[in-house]
Write a protein that binds this ligand. Structure first.
Ligand SMILES: Nc1ncnc2c1ncn2[C@@H]1O[C@H](COP(=O)(O)OP(=O)(O)O)[C@@H](O)[C@H]1O
Ligand SMILES: [Mg+2]
Length: 264
């Protein structure tokens, strides 16, 4: 039994750029963990878009409509302004939880920064594009070799130091490649190489994320994910592949395993 004093493993999805897949990935990770039997809470710091919150609200509505049980994390959204409310929500959401998943806005945000300093796992999703890469590192226009890390990499570096100082626990910074294409493209290879160079220099891991699939955009109104296979009816081969990439992403995140074996 949990004592209520154990702190959850905090996973923060952060990238000061919009549209990189933070919310979509955060929802999938939170539900995958809940579905395997972990106790999960989710905190949405993007008070303007509230994508993660809307996703879970849609899920609750689907659950009511269908009468089926859908594993859903405890969730809350921040107002984007109040520090006491931020701290209070963190405290409440952390109680008796194994994981706390925090989604942040795609812009500089003080609560996003504060969340980053608490991350056990900090996930930065990015698309295979030098436009996305630019936020974490700059490349030479001719050779595509990394010339220097960008401000965001330095910011995470500082968050890491702050975290290590406050609780002595190291942060695992993971750059997750979202919307991977299945065709081999020259750009993709160049971005891979540049990422590999920067990873060594700045100290992050690179993992594969979700592939580029229409299904990830279509599931939102029902609040469903690839995990909810029962609610899809017949799953095509593409869905089987999507579930597989989700499993691979979860394995690559290397999150703590449940303390007790689960018999779900
Ligand atoms: N793997 C994917 N395949 C296809 N579309 C995706 C994928 N991941 C995200 N998207 C779409 O990209 C857009 C941005 O994703 P979102 O998760 O909202 O990013 P962020 O939270 O970083 O702004 C949304 O329209 C979303 O449905
Ligand atoms: Mg978002």
């Amino acid at each position: 039994m949990a004592t209520g004093r154990t702190l959850p493993h905090v996973i923060v999805f952060a990238n000061e750029k919009g549209g990189t897949g933070k919310s979509t990935t955060a929802v999938h990770v939170a539900i995958a963990l809940q579905a395997r039997g972990s106790r999960v809470a989710a905190f949405d710091l993007d008070h303007r878009q509230r994508t993660m919150t809307r996703y879970f609200e849609n899920r609750v509505a689907t659950e009511k409509r269908s009468g089926r049980d859908l594993p859903t994390p405890r969730f809350a959204a921040h107002d984007g302004e109040s520090l006491p409310r931020f701290s209070e929500a963190l405290e409440q959401l952390s109680r008796d939880m194994d994981f706390l998943v925090i989604d942040t806005p795609g812009r500089d945000d003080r609560f996003g920064r504060m969340a980053a300093t608490r991350a056990d796992t900090l996930v930065t999703p990015m698309n295979d594009s030098f436009v996305d890469f630019d936020l974490i590192g700059q490349v030479d226009p001719d050779t595509y070799k990394v010339t220097r890390p960008s401000f965001y990499a330095e910011l995470i570096w500082d968050a890491r130091k702050a975290k290590a100082k406050s609780d002595g626990v190291a942060m695992d910074w993971v750059v997750l490649r979202n919307r991977l294409q299945h065709i081999e493209a020259r750009n993709m290879r160049r971005v891979s190489e540049a990422l590999g160079q920067l990873a060594k220099r700045v100290g992050f891991r690179i993992i594969p994320g979700l592939g580029e699939r229409v299904i990830y955009r279509e599931l939102f109104p029902k609040g469903l994910t690839m995990i909810d296979s029962r609610d899809f009816g017949d799953m095509g081969l593409a869905h089987v592949a999507a579930r597989q990439e989700l499993r691979e992403m979860m394995a690559a995140l290397a999150l703590p395993e449940p303390a007790l074996p689960l018999f779900a």
